[in-house]
Design a protein around this ligand. Structure first.
Ligand SMILES: C[S@@+](CC[C@H](N)C(=O)[O-])C[C@H]1O[C@@H](n2cnc3c(N)ncnc32)[C@H](O)[C@@H]1O
Length: 298
């Protein structure tokens, strides 16, 4: 049984996007467009290669580090995110004189090791009377190392290809047709994508009418002294724990800097609206350390 699943879950779809694996270096053509890589200004194409190196380096210890660094709190934020998504119903399609049910489809972009996808599937099973055939989650990530961990975890959790599939691809050029998904989720991924506007426009394109965008991301804490304690923690503790647990202080230095440089709640909200989403809103989690943004394709 397990070996059949291994074969199925290893069928990574590669359509129209460059993927990054450990033994690959990316030689992107230079442009004169710049992006932030933490506190550094780099060529926008170079940013993706540098982000890829970070996640290749941390992939094996990524989930453990999330627990250590957030003292387990990231689990509560992810739970709230998945609760807010709610239960998705299958689509009913009339075919000749028959009504056919198609599973609801969720695309989890920058889904990495599958954490959000597994939570969505678990929640769906525990909350609804529907069977697992009524929901399918597609995990998309640009990094093969992160996806490999996700595929391993999916097998351990006994999910099959009917529940979940793993696609190597870029959030900026999604390898899916227009109007395909009922929901698009992205957790702690959007700040790593070089062209956020492109990713949001792709999210809008692949969602069905009525479909929902949900973003979970680190955000801005305004209340003093929490803001200062949080900044000091990120800048000093993150690289230190990275050094001793993963043997890689630089990657965690980038993660801390990228959190500091990322947009505030209002700016991200504006970008979501500019991408065409309606009824966009956000809510803060733990003083705004994280925030959930949402919007709908109407
Ligand atoms: C911090 S991890 C988040 C993983 C997961 N969503 C979670 O919440 O645990 C960020 C992920 O974004 C992915 N990523 C970065 N740039 C991307 C892009 N352009 N397209 C798709 N994935 C990307 C990385 O490979 C990495 O797996």
């Amino acid at each position: 049984m397990i070996s059949r699943n291994i074969i199925k879950l290893n069928q990574v779809v590669l359509k129209g996007a460059r993927c990054f694996s450990s033994n690959q270096t990316q030689n992107n053509t230079q442009t004169n467009q710049e992006a932030n890589f933490g506190y550094k200004k780099v060529d926008i194409n170079q940013k993706q290669s540098m982000v890829n190196q970070v996640f290749h380096s941390v992939a094996d210890k990524y989930d453990l580090m999330n627990d250590i660094l957030s003292l387990g709190i990231h689990r509560c934020w992810k739970e709230e995110f998945v609760n807010d998504l709610g239960v998705l119903r299958p689509t009913k399609i009339q075919e000749k004189d028959q009504v056919i049910e198609q599973p609801a489809r969720v695309l989890d972009v920058a889904g990495g090791t599958g954490d959000i996808a597994f939570r969505i599937l678990d929640k769906h099973k525990s909350r609804s009377s529907l069977n697992s055939k009524n929901l399918k989650v597609t995990v998309l990530d640009i990094n093969e190392s992160m996806l490999e961990v996700g595929k391993r975890r999916a097998l351990e959790k006994s999910f099959s290809n009917n529940d979940i599939d793993f696609v190597c691809g870029n959030a900026e050029i999604l390898p899916f047709e227009d109007n395909t998904f009922d929901a698009y989720t992205i957790a702690y991924g959007i700040r790593n994508v070089p062209r956020i506007e492109k990713a949001l426009s792709e999210a809008h394109r692949v969602l069905k009418k009525g479909g929902r965008l949900m973003i979970l991301e680190f955000s801005k804490v305004e209340q003093f002294p929490v803001s200062e304690i949080y900044k000091q923690y990120n800048m000093n503790i993150l690289p230190l724990v990275g050094k001793y647990v993963v043997g890689d202080a630089d990657s965690y230095q980038y993660l801390a800097e990228s959190i500091d440089k990322f947009h505030d709640q209002q700016t991200l909200l504006r970008l979501i609206e500019e991408a065409g989403f309606k009824f966009a809103s956000y809510k803060n989690l733990s003083f705004g350390i994280s925030a959930i943004h949402t919007g709908f394709k109407i």
